[in-house]
Design a protein around this ligand. Structure first.
Ligand code: ZN
Length: 184
């Protein structure tokens, strides 16, 4: 459960820590505002990705399904700064498919937590393998990390790309190539 009171106390301490006056006009409501915002941007903590795959549709042909350019926003667990970008998902069904919006919902459930991009990529792939039992899944995420662009090495516009393959995609380079062509 997200504890609004604790977040507010934490933000007050943080503001004091950087030398701010927590009672000045501009900041007086900030702790409360952040607590409300965190409820939304960390809303995935209390959600189960599996629920989105409870309703599936039967299919005869098991051709690759690709959903690309799924925009997401997440928070880096090392710096509590945003990273955001696009996820591309492909899977080879084994007799059943999920509604296309469900793939985007799955990305959102895992993105709305403290994350590492590598872990986010793997969690999406594993959730799909578990709930949809396809012959294979491939997930690619391209993202810009604020902790890389506004501090440290400061490389604006640089993107981090992560890829996770499961099932048929692990053994079949042709499938992987087809995926790359489709998401380009
Ligand atoms: Zn970071």
């Amino acid at each position: 459960m997200i504890d609004q009171e604790k977040i507010q106390q934490g933000v007050r301490l943080l503001l004091e820590g950087i030398g701010e006056d927590v009672n000045r006009e501009g900041l007086i409501e900030t702790p409360e505002r952040i607590a409300r915002m965190y409820e939304e941007i960390f809303g995935g903590m209390e959600e189960d990705a599996q629920v989105h795959f409870q309703k599936t549709f039967h299919v005869e042909n098991n051709e690759m399904v690709v959903e690309k350019d799924i925009t997401f926003y997440s928070m880096c667990e090392h710096h509590l700064l945003p990273f955001y970008g696009k996820a591309h998902i492909a899977y080879i069904p084994d007799g059943k498919v999920a509604g296309l919006s469900k793939l985007a919902r799955t990305v959102e459930v895992f993105a709305k937590r403290l994350q590492l991009q590598e872990q986010l990529t793997a969690q999406i792939a594993d959730a799909m393998m578990e709930s949809l039992c396809p012959k294979g899944v491939m997930v690619m995420i391209e993202a810009e990390h604020m902790c890389m662009t506004m501090r440290g090495i400061k490389k604006p516009g640089s993107r981090t790309v992560t890829i996770v393959k499961r099932g048929m995609f692990e053994e079949n380079p042709e499938l992987t190539n087809l995926f790359f062509q489709m998401v380009k």
